[in-house]
Design a protein around this ligand. Structure first.
Ligand code: ADP
Length: 424
């Protein structure tokens, strides 16, 4: 069986989000961290593979080069269609990277038209008359107008895209989408005949996205957020059974947290309040050469094996500021990532088979330390937070990679609630 959809996500969290969307649509989906190389293997029999890049805020030339490398790799694995996943708030600058990356993917595929839709109705992102709404506000009236990297001061997607491409930009409005798949296909053809290359489509509901997905089935390149990916996924007849792994229960369970986001701090507090063993890492002591890793492992070895444990560097805003003032922001982050990466490898050696990692950067550090390049996506514990399955050495590992603000406050205890069973 061969891969059908190859997806390129412009950031790591977006990669997990879109991979979970393809899986919800019934596709067996793999997630690959960073630009793959010839040695990167996919789990067998995948319908969809998502390569998660860090290209959203990179210089446009670099974003294009990385995306093209990912597209070539996905083609080599058999993917016939490319999906470019960007943010549901169309996070970009006047220079890109949505326009330049989509244009490059289209050129490489020899295609002259693509459909764009960043709508994500469950998260309140809808598109009407080409304008992006965040719940009941236009994007430009929402808090995203103050985004630290890319302030969004316009809501008209056609106007946002135009300066990012030398090609024409058009719209398929909601009235057309409501008329169904055939009407959308005809509108795509009509736009194509007048030289429009980027077509923004309206969508208010998941049903609208299902119509767009079915209409886009034959397009070599499609672009948008996780909602359109799910619509597209539903349009593919399932050939492999979706991964049905439910919450894993085999082997010891641990959380490694490096995220200092408010939600992660709540999840840590909830874990502690549930009476489960947790250990705070002293980052300053580690920086002065104390064997914080050795101490943490001795603590781990003394815990009741049936219970999940939490080891965290995460700190309150005050503590974080104090550590950063002493070590510098970059050095503090490097210390934490080194600590958590090293601990991850030791914990897996000691029999941890369920590992929840909190923090986007922290997840990158842990997967790198474990040598994991690709995982198979399983059941979501919370929206956008799926279990994933990896192989490290000769053992299987269930891994949950959580971006800082994701997941309900009880995620840690709920996801790891099953008492550890014998690992096989
Ligand atoms: P999030 O997804 O919440 O943004 P990340 O893991 O991406 O989480 O980012 C958190 C950053 O904070 C990481 O770079 C991590 O190394 C750093 N960090 C975590 N704990 C501490 C600490 N105690 N002192 C200094 N930096 C820390």
């Amino acid at each position: 069986m061969t891969l059908r959809i190859g997806c390129i996500a412009d950031d790591f969290t977006g990669g997990t989000d879109v991979a979970a969307a393809f899986r919800r649509a019934g596709l067996r989906t793999a997630l690959v961290f960073g630009t793959p190389d010839t040695a990167t293997e996919l789990p067998p029999d995948c319908d969809a593979a998502v390569v998660a890049l860090k290209s959203r805020s990179a210089p446009a030339g670099e974003a294009v080069a990385d995306s093209l490398a990912a597209q070539r790799w996905l083609w080599a694995k058999g993917a016939a269609q490319t999906y470019f996943k960007y943010c549901s708030t169309f996070d970009s600058t006047p220079q890109g990277n949505i326009g330049p990356v989509t244009d490059a993917l289209l050129d490489a595929a020899g295609s002259s038209v693509t459909l764009h839709c960043p709508a994500s109705p469950p998260n309140g992102r809808t598109v009407y008359q080409g304008h992006l709404f965040v719940h009941d506000q236009l994007l430009s009236d929402s808090p995203l107008r103050h985004h630290p990297l890319n302030p969004m001061t316009d809501s008209a997607l056609t106007r946002l895209l135009s300066p990012q491409t030398r090609h024409r930009v058009g719209l398929i409005d909601w009235a057309t989408v409501r008329r169904g798949v055939q009407a959308v296909r005809e509108a795509v053809t009509a736009h194509q005949q007048t030289g429009v290359r980027h077509i923004v489509a309206d969508a208010l509901t998941d049903d609208d996205l299902a119509v767009l997905g079915a209409a886009a089935l034959e397009l070599p390149v499609v672009a948008g957020a996780a909602g359109l990916a799910e619509g597209l996924g539903h349009a593919y007849p399932a050939t492999a059974p979706a991964t049905t792994e439910s919450t894993p229960s085999r082997g010891r369970a641990a959380v490694l947290a490096g995220s200092c986001s408010a939600r992660t701090l709540e999840q840590i507090a909830q874990f502690y309040a549930a009476g489960l063993p947790s250990l705070h890492l002293d980052v300053l002591a580690a920086a002065t050469g104390r064997d914080v890793t050795g101490e943490a492992l001795a603590w781990y070895d003394a815990q009741e094996p049936a219970l999940p444990v939490l080891i965290y560097a995460s700190a309150s805003p005050e503590e974080l500021a104090a550590v950063q003032a002493q070590l510098g922001v970059a050095e503090a982050a490097a210390q934490v990532e080194e600590l958590l990466g090293t601990l991850a490898t030791h914990l897996v050696e000691r029999g941890v088979r369920r590992l929840l990692v909190a923090g986007g950067e922290t997840s990158g550090a842990v997967t790198t330390a474990l040598g994991i390049r690709a995982v198979l996506v399983g059941e979501e514990a919370d929206p956008g937070v799926p279990w994933t399955y990896a192989t490290t050495g000769d053992s299987d590992l269930a891994l949950m990679l959580k971006s800082g603000n994701f997941g309900a406050p009880d995620l840690f205890t709920r996801a790891l609630a099953a008492p550890a069973q014998e690992s096989t």
